[in-house]
Design a protein around this ligand. Structure first.
Ligand SMILES: Nc1ncnc2c1ncn2[C@@H]1O[C@H](COP(=O)(O)OP(=O)(O)OP(=O)(O)O)[C@@H](O)[C@H]1O
Length: 262
């Protein structure tokens, strides 16, 4: 499968307001994308369309080569892992970490099925891969914010998705926890059979080298898209943000500073 996402001329309107406007976006296998946009630019709406939770007012959407309108979205969602703050809020504080991971197989909040030995083994391998085997047996509420994010990413991986969406996974993390989580995401993306990752962020420096491509979303429109090094330039981002900024690449990551206004 080479085509992961194909959106053509997608718009979404609510109460006479155009929230997303004429979005064209193609994601191919082998790419990982960062999606960058200010508050209210339409990032979550875009993700909700990809997951089939909302229906575009106009345009065509194909995800994992399934055409929306002709496919069972509940089936399709099993191939998409999704980690977001709204998921985090829905997890029960008393749930045990490995059960949260196992629930990813059934896309349920809470574990109501009887996982097999192989499922337990897989959950434990994923926890190991994400560097959190030590959290086994712990209640979710006893985990730090960074640990909770890893548990939710592990949950997202339990169904061996082809597409993994990480919606602002570094929110609320301190500098060290953020870098640790980014390293884990980097390692994950470098694995054989890694899912295609869509990484939504407000912070440019979180765009790791694995994110080969970046989509800039502004006021519900695609402002720019393409290879990260081409999109994330000082002039490109100054135009995007309407502020004079400077981008410096260090260790293959872009770092942004606001330039003093003259
Ligand atoms: N169901 C809805 N009805 C009306 N307006 C909506 C609805 N959902 C989203 N919006 C509006 O659409 C715009 C884009 O919202 P969205 O949540 O997609 O932005 P975002 O880029 O994810 O923002 P943030 O970075 O703050 O999470 C906002 O102005 C929001 O108020």
């Amino acid at each position: 499968m080479d085509e992961i996402i194909d959106m053509l001329n997608v718009s979404w309107k609510r109460q006479k307001k155009t929230i997303l406007s004429q979005v064209d976006w193609q994601v191919a296998k082998g790419q990982h994308w960062a999606v960058l946009g200010l508050n209210g630019s339409g990032k979550t709406t875009l993700l909700n369309i990809i997951n089939g939770y909302i229906w575009p007012s106009t345009g065509e959407v194909r995800v994992l080569e399934k055409q929306f309108g002709k496919t069972d979205l509940r089936e399709l969602r099993k191939s998409i892992g999704w980690v977001s703050s709204s998921l985090q809020e829905r997890i029960k504080e008393t749930d045990i970490t490995e059960n949260i991971v196992l629930s990813g197989k059934y896309a349920s909040i809470g574990l109501y099925e009887h996982p097999t030995e192989a499922d337990f083994h897989k959950a434990s391998e994923i926890l190991k891969q994400l560097g959190c085997s030590n959290l086994t047996g712990r209640a979710y509420q006893t985990c730090s914010q960074g640990e909770k994010q890893r548990i939710l990413i592990a949950r997202g991986l339990m169904s061996s998705p082809k597409l993994l969406i990480l919606d602002e996974p570094c929110n609320g993390l301190d500098f060290i926890a953020r870098e640790d989580l980014l390293t884990a995401i980097n390692d994950l993306a470098n694995q054989e059979d890694a899912p295609t990752i869509i990484f939504v962020t407000h912070h440019i420096e979180e765009i790791l080298p694995i994110f080969t491509h970046t989509l800039l979303l502004r006021d519900g429109k695609v402002f720019n898209k393409g290879e990260s090094e081409t999109v994330l330039t000082s002039s490109g981002l100054s135009n995007f943000l309407n502020k004079a900024v400077q981008i410096k690449w260090q260790n293959k990551r872009p770092w942004m500073t606001l330039l003093a206004e003259s």
